[in-house]
Write a protein that binds this ligand. Structure first.
Ligand code: SF4
Length: 220
């Protein structure tokens, strides 16, 4: 159930971040399959490296479900090399494609026609797709109302007393999903703003609190 004070505090944080950083225009990508690829490729690497990998895939003219399914895992690994852990990631992409082809006949739209939590369970059953990746796929490619939690989310919101430092994924996620309603537009922008805050201001070792837009907000 929504806690009104938490709702107000979270929205205040959102508004302050939005005022500081502006719209983040997430997720970069022209098609749903490009966004899904990006969500898998961005695991443990900077976005600039993902862009290089996707550029290689576009240059090879294989950015579609059928073409990606048709090339070998080895060739895919070569193309996505700039994203790091390329053999593992090629395997994860192939696992996802096998799931998509088997369960939904290769149709991303059909897949996103499934109910949110059913599809989330299915994605989590694909080897190599964890909660953050599954939720990024659901929110940014599927336009589903699910909040994406990452290390920045945990860092910022534990430092301000909203969650415990050792809060798990579900605990952190429910802070937002229980108290903000199912607003996919808000979830989309909020997560992107938190990432920006974590990268540029709320650094792990030396957070720049004096210049932080949310420095005065604590859980009441
Ligand atoms: S930089 Fe400081 S004030 Fe800003 S979110 Fe991090 S801990 Fe909080």
């Amino acid at each position: 159930m929504k806690d009104k004070r938490l709702n107000r505090s979270l929205l205040r944080i959102y508004n302050l971040l939005y005022a500081r950083f502006g719209p983040r225009h997430w997720w970069p990508g022209d098609t749903k399959i490009e966004i899904i690829l990006g969500a898998i490729l961005t695991q443990n690497t900077a976005w600039a490296n993902v862009e290089k990998a996707i550029k290689n895939i576009k240059r090879a003219k294989i950015l579609s479900v059928s073409r990606l399914s048709g090339i070998s895992e080895k060739k895919l690994a070569r193309l996505i090399r700039p994203s790091g852990y390329y053999n593992i990631k090629a395997n994860r992409i192939k696992n996802f494609l096998r799931f998509l082809n088997t369960r939904y006949g290769g149709s991303v739209d059909k897949m996103f026609g499934s109910r949110l939590y059913k599809l989330r369970e299915e994605l989590l059953a694909v080897k190599g797709i964890g909660r953050e990746t599954a939720d990024s796929i659901l929110l940014y490619a599927g336009n589903k109302p699910v909040f994406v939690v990452d290390a920045y989310t945990k860092r910022v919101f534990s430092r301000h007393g909203f969650i415990n430092e050792d809060a798990d994924y579900e605990e952190a996620q429910s802070l937002f999903m229980d108290n903000l309603g199912k607003d996919k537009g808000l979830f989309n922008e909020f997560h992107a703003l938190i990432v920006e805050l974590g990268k540029s201001v709320c650094k792990s070792k030396k957070p720049l609190c004096s210049m932080c837009p949310i420095r005065r907000i604590r859980r009441k």
